[in-house]
Design a protein around this ligand. Structure first.
Ligand SMILES: [Zn+2]
Length: 101
């Protein structure tokens, strides 16, 4: 599978809502440890150089900036690992193997 931008992101463009960003983040980041070798949403192979798939790389800065726009409940669908990957400084897909596997 070729890792490319999620069609939902392309279609929504600049009009993307926070709820849509949350759904995309949930689909394109590991729900829990140990993290898979590839993105569950698009098959992007995780590596130290590319710990985010193309979709997650676009969604992360947008969602980090905009998550306060709406009720905090909008983040409820995210697992603890997805929330940490979003709001923390660490990315589970960039953590050393002994921590994540
Ligand atoms: Zn992905």
């Amino acid at each position: 599978m070729n890792a490319r931008l999620d069609r939902r992101l392309v279609t929504a463009g600049l009009g993307v809502t926070v709820a849509q960003l949350v759904t995309l983040w949930a689909d394109h980041t590991p729900a829990r440890l140990p993290v898979p070798l590839t993105c569950p949403g698009c098959g992007h192979p995780y590596s130290e150089k590319a710990p985010l798939c193309p979709t997650a790389a676009v969604v992360r800065p947008l969602l980090r900036r905009r998550r306060h726009e709406t009720h905090p409940d909008v983040l409820a669908p995210l697992t603890p690992n997805q929330l940490l990957d979003l709001t923390g400084n660490r990315l589970s897909t960039a953590l050393p193997a002994e921590v994540t596997r």
